[in-house]
Design a protein around this ligand. Structure first.
Ligand code: UDX
Length: 461
């Protein structure tokens, strides 16, 4: 039996129908069949897509869940105002991009959308509400939100950061490593905390639901992404050492990853991390450190981003050097636009920067990707005349001088590289920015092979 609280705990609203709000609410509706879940967004086109057969995001397993619960206990709407009136539990999952202007530009989070919502909540809400921050927000945002809302008795602000990764969002939501819920540790704060804990307790074991104070919860999210990104930058920095010596990055990753204190995940060397979170969250952390005068700490975390940029620059420099210092007029085929496999998302994808650098060297580019072509075409719209977008990898590689693997799609592991080699201009090059291919086999076919953090295999000296 659910406890009676001043909140109607069988109705949930989420403001923001994006990558976080959509999948999270679909799973809450699936697992809490006695709750009515409504997702609102001012973007009508997006809401129409959520209500159609073609959802606005691609996420394995999501279509099935949405089909099962939509219209039953999951609803998508543009009516934010009535949403606020009808619900006492309100998740806020709007995007918080990095500021592009004014103080903290390029670093701090832009809280513009979030602040509009806070004002709307203040003006519309007629009774006590629990506001749950789902978007990644800078530490102390809850405090700032409280100031805007200006009514501590009416609004209880909680932090419940999202840890789902794209491509595995549904699985991450079904089986989370942990759910983090931060609140004030006052009587009202603890009451609201319990309401949110009870929602997750419908399917998450209690030992995995961690409760903390609000600021610990907010900061934990930034730190979790900082630590993950730091692992990628750490292994990538060592890949440069490997290429300069006889060491092999895969052997090192396996040797160090077998130490249970280090662990084996997030040790794949690559062309660098992308995605909407890592860079933004680290910059946010850096900005927070700087604003508290913690400059050494800020420099430490900023170096994680610098290594990420260095890795991409190094990859392009390697292409240039190995193709006899000029790629002007040469056709380079990029396999992979998404920032990682199993997503159509290209936000902060290393493919964007790498494509731009190759164009600066006047290469002719062809980009191929099974899901993300539409998005990367938009990201690179200023380079329209210089890039061809071709879905089929065989067609894309036709008469090219080099292939660069930038996303670890399974599709690229299983192509007929003999067939591809035969259609390419010789000498043919392959730059495996994800170390997913059988390099010895490619070399035997006739390719000059350049993996990451391993010795190159060349048919010339
Ligand atoms: C990440 C966090 O994992 C998630 O908890 C948080 O909520 C949002 O940010 P996501 O951005 O979806 O999720 O991607 P993730 O799977 O973490 O990968 C991030 C980037 O690191 C990708 O570009 C990926 O290709 C790269 N990566 C990851 C590596 O280069 N090597 C690795 O070993 C692992």
């Amino acid at each position: 039996m659910k406890e009676i609280t001043k909140y109607r705990n069988n109705r949930i609203l989420c403001i923001g129908a994006g990558y976080v709000g959509g999948p999270t609410m679909a799973v809450i509706a699936e697992k809490c069949s006695d709750c009515i879940v409504t997702v609102v967004d001012i973007n009508k086109e997006r809401i129409d897509e959520w209500n159609s057969d073609k959802l606005p995001i691609y996420e394995p397993g999501l279509d099935e869940i949405v089909k099962k619960v939509r219209g039953k206990n999951l609803f998508f709407s543009t009516d934010v105002e009535n949403g606020i009136l009808d619900n006492d539990i309100i998740f806020v999952a709007v995007n918080t991009p990095t500021k592009t202007f004014g103080k903290g530009a390029g670093m701090a989070a832009n809280l513009q959308y979030w602040e509009i919502i806070a004002r709307q909540l203040r003006d519309v809400a007629d009774k006590p509400k629990i506001i749950v921050e789902k978007s990644t927000l800078p530490v102390k945002t809850a405090e700032a939100m409280e100031r805007v809302l200006n009514d501590k008795d009416k609004f209880e602000i909680l932090s419940n950061p999202e840890f789902l990764a794209e491509g595995t969002a549904v699985n991450d939501l079904h089986y989370p490593d942990r759910v983090l819920i931060g609140s004030r540790e006052t009587k009202n704060g603890l009451e609201a905390r319990k309401v949110i804990v009870d929602i997750y307790a419908n399917w998450v074991p209690s030992e995995k639901i961690i409760t903390t104070n609000t600021f610990s919860s907010e900061l934990s999210k930034l730190v979790a992404n900082g630590f993950l990104a730091q692992r990628v930058s750490s292994i990538n920095s060592i890949s440069a050492v490997c290429e300069a010596t006889e060491a092999d990055i895969s052997e090192i990753a396996s040797a160090i990853g077998s130490d249970s204190r280090i662990g084996s995940k997030f040790l794949n060397s690559s062309i660098g991390f992308g995605g909407s979170c890592f860079k933004k969250d680290i910059l946010n952390l850096v900005y927070i450190c700087k604003s508290y005068g913690l400059h050494e700490v800020a420099d430490y975390w900023e170096s994680v981003i610098k290594i990420n940029e260095y890795q991409q620059n190094r990859f392009v420099a390697n292409i240039l050097n190995s193709m006899f210092n000029t790629i002007a007029g040469r056709k380079i085929c990029i396999f992979g636009a998404a920032f990682k496999a199993n997503t159509d998302d290209t936000r902060e994808s290393p493919s964007i920067n790498i494509a731009k650098m190759l164009i600066e060297e006047k290469a002719k580019l062809v980009i191929s990707d099974p899901k993300a072509l539409k998005n990367i075409e938009f990201d690179l719209k200023h380079y329209k005349s210089k890039i061809d977008y071709i879905n089929d990898p065989y067609e894309a590689a036709l008469e090219s001088h080099a292939i660069a693997i930038l996303t670890e799609w399974d599709l690229y592991k299983n192509l007929d590289y003999q067939k591809i080699f035969e259609t390419m201009i010789k000498p043919a090059f392959i730059f495996d920015g994800r170390n997913i291919l059988d390099h010895k086999k490619l070399f035997k076919i006739g390719f000059n092979v350049f993996p990451i953090g391993k010795k190159a295999m060349l048919h010339y000296n």
